[in-house]
Design a protein around this ligand. Structure first.
Ligand SMILES: *[C@@H]1O[C@H](CO)[C@@H](O)[C@H](O)[C@H]1NC(C)=O
Length: 608
């Protein structure tokens, strides 16, 4: 953090204009106080964005253009305003949007000699109209479902409390017992299968990765709202350390690797333990049901919540564009989300931006399951094939990237694009969140599973191979270096160079993560194994799905619920990050215990 704060002073980078010039410009964002404005029944408040133009020579406009043409800045010819029309421009007549536009135009023209035309109207509200959408039938349907789930939990828990503990419990009722689910969440499989407990560090990796995801999304949320000092984001966005933010999303590939690794490894172990079974495609439906029953119940619950009561939860100047609009999109896309095709269908309509991962993960799960079931009987052959397919997928991404000019997210991450939450970005829609973009990671997960399984059978000891130990020790620092290297690759502007980086970006990271995971799970060093297998991480790691699903809603709620523009600073963003971690885990505990586990166990009991 210190480094981040000190670097600008030491390295002396910043905007091309002086602070004095900057503050003479019209502010990029400006919000009138929201609550007092709408408190009276005659209160009128409008929010929208305006396109600026200048008539004739205008020095202010020239500076705005200069800033705007540097893509590391926001677009300063696009201003964002929230005006309380009860106390501004009372002499202007017309409808609310007309008055709003005329008022912004007049203010800018008087102060700077600039003209403003409405670019996008977010809303105009009055104090006597209800703030949010009325509670409707869909809201009540969700409420009924939530209450039913609670009641079932109550019944199961009461049953468990008063049952005869010596007798075998009823298998459907016990599923809904709080105690039973609590034990599951906090279980310690130390005396279980050695081969499985060797994988404990994976939970630590998942938990730590999610903390970083929350940090990135908190920073991200500051771009989507109105900031009082956008210059902070513009200055620090030039800090080389910011590349951990621009290029760091590659870390999500870890989850793709882990997911296909666990799928494949568990299938291999399953056959190992039941020698009569042979891997074959006939096991696919079961394998898919298993996955669906783990993800779907909680996912639908969170989607339901995000499509209904979330919009009534709070209010603020940005509640309508950030939260209510998202709720409407979630309603619209509910079925595509439930079918895990939300990344392919209407990709510009985003409902919970992070759920692209669940869609990609499910799509690749099918691929990974089919490959494992087909090739599981010939592990050696499978290893060669997976290696070849990995390289082929990298070449494929290069081809796609070059042919359609779809590049790594690194090249898209400008303040203006982040402000728009990456909507209308082809690279985001057709590469970043598309299944083929994560295919190398999935194949690497398979490769790792077969390798680990095969080596274990042969009694391979990773510690005895110096080069492996070396590779492992270098892997984690190299991950950071690789993400940071984005700052070098961003200098390349030719399509060939960009396509090469795009093709290598995720795969190189994937190879590094896999090396690290291999080392962790083979206990190359005891200390890291112990740290990542810490009991606390086991519990946090098991709540990963909940955390993934809930955290972004808190990010948006914090931003949307603000009554005045947000101040951006390292401590404010860091503080919000801490708040989001805390709120997310506090939500994740009941969500996991009362919704995810019992529903998952019910589905598994029904479909066997
Ligand atoms: C800034 O926004 C305006 C729309 O108001 C657009 O016409 C212009 O191309 C944008 N500038 C840049 C550099 O993106």
């Amino acid at each position: 953090m210190l480094l981040f704060l000190l670097l600008p002073t030491v390295a002396g980078y910043g905007l091309s204009i002086t602070d004095e010039q900057y503050y003479k410009l019209p502010p990029l964002f400006s919000l009138d106080d929201y609550q007092p404005c709408l408190a009276s029944s005659g209160g009128q408040y409008c929010l929208g964005s305006f396109h600026l133009t200048a008539e004739g020579d205008n020095q202010v406009y020239d500076v705005l253009l200069e800033l705007t043409n540097d893509l590391k800045n926001f677009n300063h010819t696009l201003l964002h305003r929230g005006y309380c029309l009860t106390s501004r421009c009372l002499d202007i007549e017309g409808s609310l949007p007309q008055r709003f536009t005329a008022c912004v135009d007049r203010t800018l023209s008087q102060e700077y000699g600039l003209r403003a035309t409405l670019h996008r109207l977010d809303y105009c509200k009055t104090g006597d109209k209800p703030r949010t959408r009325q509670i409707d039938n869909v809201d009540w349907i969700f409420a009924a479902v939530a209450i039913a789930v609670l009641v079932l939990n109550g019944i199961g828990t009461l049953y468990d409390t008063f049952r005869n503990q010596d007798e075998k419990p009823n298998r459907f009722l016990i599923i809904w017992s709080f105690y039973s689910n609590w034990n599951r969440l906090t279980a310690n499989y130390e005396d279980g299968d050695d081969r499985l407990s060797a994988l404990n560090p994976i939970q630590g990796v998942k938990a730590l990765t999610l903390l970083l995801v929350m940090m990135a999304h908190t920073t991200f949320s500051y771009y989507t709202g109105y900031t009082y000092n956008p210059v902070f984001l513009e200055t620090h966005g030039r800090n080389p350390l910011s590349y951990f933010f621009y290029n760091g999303s590659v870390i999500v590939q870890t989850f793709v690797i882990v997911s296909s690794f666990l799928l494949s490894y568990n299938l291999l172990l399953h056959v190992d333990k039941n020698p009569k079974k042979i891997l074959g495609l006939s096991m696919l439906p079961r394998s898919l049901m298993h996955r669906l029953s783990r993800i779907v119940p909680l996912y639908l619950f969170v989607l339901g919540l995000a499509s209904t009561w979330w919009s009534h939860a709070n209010d603020g100047a940005l509640w309508t564009p950030l939260v209510e609009a998202e709720v409407a999109r979630c309603r619209h896309k509910f079925w595509t989300q439930a079918l895990f095709i939300n990344n392919l269908y209407e990709p510009n309509t985003l409902c919970l931006i992070q759920t692209w991962f669940l869609a990609v993960d499910m799509q690749l799960y099918v691929v990974a399951a089919v490959l494992t079931l087909l090739l599981g009987r010939w592990p050696r052959l499978a290893l060669k094939l997976f290696g070849a397919m990995f390289l082929a997928s990298v070449a494929g991404i290069f081809a796609i990237s070059y042919k359609w000019s779809l590049f790594s997210i690194l090249y898209s991450m400008t303040p203006e694009v982040i402000r728009m939450q990456l909507t209308n970005q082809d690279s985001f829609n057709y590469l970043y969140t598309a299944p083929w973009g994560s295919l190398p990671a999935s194949l690497m997960g398979l490769f790792l599973a077969f390798l680990h399984y095969d080596l274990e059978k042969r009694g391979f000891k990773a510690n005895e191979h110096r080069w492996l130990v070396m590779a492992y020790r270098l892997s984690v620092p190299s991950m950071f270096l690789w993400v940071f290297a984005g700052s070098l690759f961003q200098q390349f502007t030719s399509p060939e160079a960009k396509a090469i980086f795009t093709a290598l970006d995720r795969p190189v990271f994937v190879v590094l993560v896999s090396t690290a995971l291999f080392g962790f799970c083979n206990k190359i060093d005891e200390l890291w194994w112990k740290f990542l297998s810490w009991r606390g991480f086991m519990i946090l790691g098991r709540m990963s799905l909940s955390v993934l699903l809930f955290h972004w809603s808190y990010n948006l709620s914090i931003m949307g619920g603000r009554l005045i523009a947000a101040q951006a600073s390292v401590l404010e963003i860091g503080g919000d990050w801490m708040a989001v971690i805390f709120l997310t885990y506090v939500t994740a505990v009941p969500a996991t215990l009362l919704v995810e586990y019992p529903l998952q166990r019910t589905l598994q009991a029904v479909f066997g």
